[in-house]
Write a protein that binds this ligand. Structure first.
Ligand SMILES: Cc1cc2nc3c(=O)[nH]c(=O)nc-3n(C[C@H](O)[C@H](O)[C@H](O)COP(=O)(O)OP(=O)(O)OC[C@H]3O[C@@H](n4cnc5c(N)ncnc54)[C@H](O)[C@@H]3O)c2cc1C
Length: 453
């Protein structure tokens, strides 16, 4: 016999957690489901060598002034944020503060900054099909302004080339940084604690959270959402083959929010339920995501830098890719044992991350680059991990792959089915983007505007 909820949320990543917390706070009985064994989605923590790492750097743009931070404040969930004061870039053979490179005294840059900060959502939509390079070139031909903005854009989009970066996305997030005066931050102690705190909040409001639970099907009857079917899988080894027995459990709810990668929607809901334009749109985005390679974690007996800033290189000399690195233990020493200093990062790329040989070649070149960027670094490395990641940005934020070109929060033609996450419509960077989509989705469901931007 199934149970009934007001809303079921598929996915406990940032989008799902924000949506779940806001709906619970509005008096809805919520069920959160995730196939993983912990909340956080792609921003979850994992244990390695006794340290709880976040899966990736996971700096939150605009820190606690982002949607997640504002939501936590609204709900009274107490999280301390460690500020990342800015960005250092390697240029002309040295690490330089990004703001020192900013052409702040140039009136032409001032006009561009003012225009970015004043843009409404309707105006941003007009830039959804433009690259930031094209948008900027209509306003300036000065190399210092172009280079400054290209640098911001690489960090914001994790795409290597400014011609591939959607103008609306770069404008939105640059404007947010300029307006809040905050570059980025991380929750003290890492993200896991924060996701657990949000999960506790949802439970305290009568909600349930089921991990290790895979949704096999969204139940849709006569154009209306009825709930979800859970796969309760039992795998058996049988002679030389595997076979799977699958029991299913129906859980009823008039509202379902799906937050997984949008192209995986059709694994749990038949394409026949949706209009053709939507199926075509979603299929067109399949696998259109971003990736990173190189040394993902370095544990050292002394820090490679004293800086609290994020570090970026637009093009590494040997590897030929951009690089982003965060000296996380300078910012929050609590995440590692005393005497262990962590550097977390990677190199955004559009390479085949399944090609192991190529990945090893790139990591070898990355090692040389790191030695030149932080002389002597390898002498202090206790251990390091090479990594390849796909799905950093849900859908790569290229022109015509953002904003109005993406699926809306409400499923077309199906009552009660909604979407959130970094593969649907929203604005921002990574977790902030996903959190904002969770917020907007709940606003649509409740027909209410929250005081969160
Ligand atoms: C290596 C790496 C580094 C990153 N660094 C940063 C960074 O520095 N800053 C930043 O802002 N962002 C960063 N990101 C991006 C950020 O992690 C994502 O933007 C964010 O997690 C997206 O949140 P989401 O809720 O949309 O999706 P997800 O986090 O992917 O969550 C979706 C959840 O849905 C679950 N799910 C899907 N289908 C089902 C199903 N059928 N049944 C049950 N559960 C299901 C999945 O298991 C998953 O947990 C990084 C990502 C990676 C991979």
């Amino acid at each position: 016999m199934g149970k009934k909820y007001d809303a079921i949320i598929i996915g406990c990543g940032p989008a799902g957690m924000v949506a779940g917390a806001l709906l619970s706070n509005s008096g809805k009985r919520v069920l959160m489901l995730d196939k993983m064994d912990r909340p956080g989605g792609r921003a979850c923590g994992f244990q390695y060598r006794g340290i709880t790492f976040d899966y990736g750097m996971h700096l939150m743009i605009t820190s606690d002034d982002g949607v997640l931070g504002q939501t936590l404040r609204k709900l009274g969930i107490n999280v301390n944020w460690k500020q990342i004061p800015g960005l250092k870039v390697f240029t002309d053979g040295a690490w330089k503060d990004m703001m020192d490179l900013a052409p702040l005294n140039d009136p032409e840059f001032g006009n561009i900054a003012a225009e970015m900060m004043a843009m409404s959502e309707d105006e941003l939509v007009q830039c959804d099909d433009l690259s930031i390079e094209d948008w900027l070139r209509k306003r300036t031909s000065k190399d210092n302004i172009l280079d400054f903005m290209r640098g911001m854009a690489m960090v914001i989009t994790t795409l290597p080339d400014a011609n591939d970066m959607a103008a609306s996305e770069v404008i939105f997030s640059t404007a947010r940084v300029l307006k809040t005066g905050k570059f980025a931050g991380v929750p003290e102690g890492g993200y896991s604690r924060m996701w657990e705190a949000i999960a506790d909040f949802i439970r305290s409001k009568g909600g349930d959270i089921r991990l290790n639970t895979s949704v096999g099907q969204i139940a849709i009857n006569n154009g209306k959402t009825a709930g979800v079917m859970l796969d309760i899988k039992k795998d058996h080894e049988f002679f030389m083959t595997d076979f799977m027995l699958s029991e299913q459990e129906l859980i009823e709810a008039p509202i379902v929010i799906y937050t997984g990668m949008i192209w995986d929607l059709f694994k749990i809901a038949s394409t026949e339920k949706f209009p053709d334009f939507f199926v075509k749109m979603v299929k067109g985005f399949t696998g259109n995501t971003t990736a990173a390679v190189g040394w993902a974690i370095l544990a050292m007996d002394r820090p490679a830098t004293d800086s609290l800033c994020h570090h970026a290189v637009y093009k590494l000399k040997h590897m030929g890719l951009p690089m982003q690195y965060l000296p996380i233990t300078n910012i929050d020493p609590s995440i590692a044992p005393p005497g262990t200093h962590l550097f977390i990062g990677g190199c955004p790329c559009e390479l085949d991350t399944n090609n192991r040989e190529l990945m090893e070649e790139k990591a070898a070149l990355h090692k040389e680059d790191l030695e030149e960027l932080f002389p002597g670094i390898w002498k202090s490395v206790q251990w390091g991990i090479k990594g390849t990641f796909t799905g950093i940005d849900g859908i790569a934020r290229r022109p015509r792959c953002v904003g109005i070109f993406r699926p809306d929060y409400k499923a077309p033609g199906i009552d009660g089915l909604y979407f959130a996450g970094d593969t649907v419509r929203s604005r921002g960077v990574g977790m902030d983007f996903a959190s904002r989509s969770g917020l907007r989705c709940v606003e649509r469901i409740l027909n209410e505007k929250f005081d969160i931007e």
